[in-house]
Design a protein around this ligand. Sequence first.
Ligand SMILES: CC/C=C\C/C=C\C/C=C\CC/C=C/CC(=O)SCCNC(=O)CCNC(=O)[C@H](O)C(C)(C)COP(=O)(O)OP(=O)(O)OC[C@H]1O[C@@H](n2cnc3c(N)ncnc32)[C@H](O)[C@@H]1OP(=O)(O)O
Length: 280
Amino acid sequence: MALRNLSKLKIHKFGIRQFSKEANLVSVAVNDKTGVATLNLQRPPVNSLNLEILSEISSTLTDLEKNKTRGLILTSKNEGIFSAGLDIMEMYKPDVERMKKFWTTLQDTWIKLYSCSFPSVALINGHAPAGGCLLALSCEYRVMFKNCTIGLNETQLGIVAPQWFISSMRNVIGQRQTESALTQGRMFKTEEALSIGMIDEVVENNEEGVARAAAFLKRFERIPPMARAMTKKYIRKETIENMVKNREEDLKNFVTYGTQPAVQEYLGAYLQSLKKKSKA
Ligand SMILES: CC/C=C\C/C=C\C/C=C\CC/C=C/CC(=O)SCCNC(=O)CCNC(=O)[C@H](O)C(C)(C)COP(=O)(O)OP(=O)(O)OC[C@H]1O[C@@H](n2cnc3c(N)ncnc32)[C@H](O)[C@@H]1OP(=O)(O)O
């Protein structure tokens, strides 16, 4: 049964409470025993992040916060692809008003995910380039399938990862690795990502992935939630404050930079190369 928000959760016979939003670009199931919510991205074919799916992720995070969820597993319904990152169509030949709304919604989504009070795990069950990698890096723990790739590849597209993307990576793998990864726009295979600490565990399949994600969340069972949440807040405070302080400028940069003819040319060529590849 479709419900609009978590406060009206329906308890199903298996103890899993479910709700889904009207547009169904995400779905959420809350485990009634553990209070852990699994948020599935489900925008076929590749979970690229457009305005609509970002709005749904953002409002879901608000609902989860309000409903005091005990933990979040962020994953994808399209096994093989966690998320292809930002929908390039939102940046290519854009309508500037929509482009602004899109970027503002991405900012909001990142702030909510990065600062959520509950523990979060990305179950990366497929490729996670660029914005997909950003979502995963914003969680506290990352469990990833074998034979996938992850990274901030923006420079390869002729675009620049904003400061808060960079900080999200730097806070996980450090300055040296981030500089090397970002200047090359490097995508890491699962084992490489593990070796530099970008991810925490490698799993064979979804069952193992869910179990490992749940095991991470279980570590907090005996930690008072308030103490945990405040500690996370203090640790992430500077990164979040920097972004919030500069978000107007960040929006301006995105629009100014993203609409430059040279950037549009790169994006157009990149889209063509993706389309050619999918038709080959
Ligand atoms: C001075 C400057 C100061 C400050 C700077 C301020 C702002 C900076 C400006 C901009 C920053 C913007 C940041 C952007 C971050 C991003 O997230 S950009 C997106 C990057 N994403 C990618 O590069 C991923 C591209 N996709 C892939 O590599 C593969 O598709 C993937 C491995 C995910 C899946 O492969 P596969 O299963 O083989 O699928 P296909 O490749 O066949 O794709 C299926 C169809 O989906 C389309 N598609 C794929 N990715 C995207 C996408 N990201 N957006 C839109 N569409 C996508 C693809 O074209 C296929 O379409 P078709 O079926 O042919 O119609």
